[in-house]
Design a protein. Sequence first.
Length: 506
Amino acid sequence: MSELLTESLQKEKSLPSEEYATKVMPPVLNTLDMTTIFIVIIFTSPIVMSITTAGAAAYTYWILTALVYFLPCVIVTAQLGIIYPHEGSLYNWTHKAFGGYWSFFVAFCAWIPGVLVMVSGASIVVGYIQGLNPTWLGPSWQQGLAIIGILIISAILSIQRFRMIQHFVNIVIGILIIGVLITGAAGFVWLLNGHASATDFSHLHNWFIVLGNQNHVGNIAVYGSIVYSFLGMEVPLNMGAEIVGMNGEREKRRKIITRHLFWGMIIVIIGYLLDTFGVLVVQGQHATNQVFAFVSTVDIALGKGLGDFVAFCIIAFYIVEVTVYNYAYARLLFVAGIDERLPASVARLNKHRVPANAIIIQTILAAVFTALAYVVIPYFLHNAVDMANEVYNVSQASATLLWVASTSVLFINISALYLRNRRVFHQHRIFPSPILIGCVIIGMVASVAAIVDTLLNSWIVQQISNEQWRNIVGVITVLCLIIAALGSMYASGNASWEKFEQEVTE
């Protein structure tokens, strides 16, 4: 087994995209840029609405999941990013560990959720517009067209000069942080004004994790949702070749990689805790699954003016989120095109040296999914609203399973790379070996638990039972894996054929 692993690890050592990306992509990303991209990718405020169902136990889940899942993932990502700071992150790292077939397979599984999250981010914008004026965007087809419009706007932004758009992203993240602080402050002001907390924090049993049974509803489904809210920590490193210092300033590059992961992780965790505190104290479980709960929380505690400002912050953030997801995940298509696993046209850059074709492809796919979920399917069904909601949640859950599975490959990669060449690995090691080993073990267990939890517990149990949910989500996920496997076979075969043709020509 050890000899087979070693042989597979040594099949391919370098990729054309590693050298090409450093030559054509401008190195413009500093620590602040990488930190704000990290926050955009990870921070998913609507998750708080579903987590309020756990009451005080929401904090138990936040802290536990941050320790057993988020922190191990961040540590392993930092270590892999230091060893191989190349464009494509997880795609490149998996190639170093297991070769071309598995690198494309894992990248495909990581890429699908990115496209679907673009749709969900745009749908949140639509939800907040409706919250500001319920008479707007009522019919499902209008919502679908609005989402497609937001996707088009994000595509237009994504293909502009990268440095200019990144300045805009940084500003919006600053605005978001103000909005989160206001939401957290709403909880403190509510208590200081003499109001009782809407959530009982005083009894210890309210903080417990409850599995549930036939006679008692548990809160274990919250765990899968929180893991989902921590996914994507490696995505900013999809732009590894665009970090300042890639052309020789190793120490500067190293600091940017480690610092953005550390500060991004801290800010995201604090943001989640503050948002959860404000909502639980002011509204409690009444806020469950209410998209507009942040705004209503601030309205109740601090007044409507600040509530409208929070709504503005969230709308601006999710427009930026769609944009960042678009240009960050386009880098996966870009490197795959350079490495001849996708048509070379996918990797083509525009005058701003941005992979515009990849961004356009992603936007078209996201728009097609939106049209099916919000326009076509509701047109043929009487319960259009319920069906659109079911399609959305099932697709997001399936994407979550793929995303958690692909993220767990971080732990597999670092283990394989260690086994391949321990001496080289230790030369680049930035954490003690016991910490890395502990992260691999704990992170893998937490990943498996998240997959099982997401598969077994329906996100919309009132519409889809747990058993139906397991069957539907399981089948869709398996179909996606089959498509990924077939696509990887095609990509590997295409790369081998292109290489063979080139050798024959030479």
